[in-house]
Design a protein around this ligand. Structure first.
Ligand code: GDP
Length: 138
């Protein structure tokens, strides 16, 4: 069944100039781009986005990183979009990611790992609404 998910090309990948190549992988994998933009967010906006991780030891590092430069948030659509994007992204730690995954190809470390993707229906709904207004989601 057609489903929507949320993704971010993270600051490390945007800085390196990899955003276009990552988008090409996403499109090649059959995702339709419903909405996309390039923006920067503050540390407190990153904290709001990652609130579920607020007790984790890397929360400060993560939110500092996500507010360190431009990001490319997007809403993607296809059958099984949530699970399929997670597969295409690869493991959180690029050293453990399978060949052909975005993190294997473009990420440098467990923290600076090129791409975010929602992990469930409820988080996808929250994350889409955090970054996009209804008007931007046809
Ligand atoms: P994901 O769903 O694969 O993105 O991974 P998680 O939900 O576990 O973590 C969210 C994000 O936090 C990851 O994508 C990383 O950017 C960051 N992160 C996770 N583990 C670590 C860690 O051990 N150190 C640092 N610095 N960041 C981490």
């Amino acid at each position: 069944m057609s489903e929507r998910t949320f993704s971010i090309i993270k600051p490390d990948a945007v800085k390196k100039g990899d955003a276009g190549a990552i988008l090409a992988e996403i499109v090649k994998a059959g995702f339709k781009i419903v909405s996309i933009k390039k923006i920067s967010i503050s540390k407190s906006q990153a904290e709001g986005f990652y609130h579920v991780h607020s007790a984790r030891p890397f929360f400060g590092e993560l939110t500092e990183f996500m507010s360190s430069g431009a990001i490319v948030p997007m809403v993607l659509e296809k059958d099984n979009a949530i699970a399929d994007l997670r597969k295409l992204m690869g493991a959180t730690d690029p050293a453990k990611a399978e060949a052909g995954t975005i993190r294997k190809m473009f990420a440098a470390s467990i923290g600076e790992n090129a791409i975010h993707g929602s992990d469930a229906e409820d988080t996808a709904a929250f994350e889409i609404g955090y970054f996009f207004a209804g008007l931007e989601l046809k």
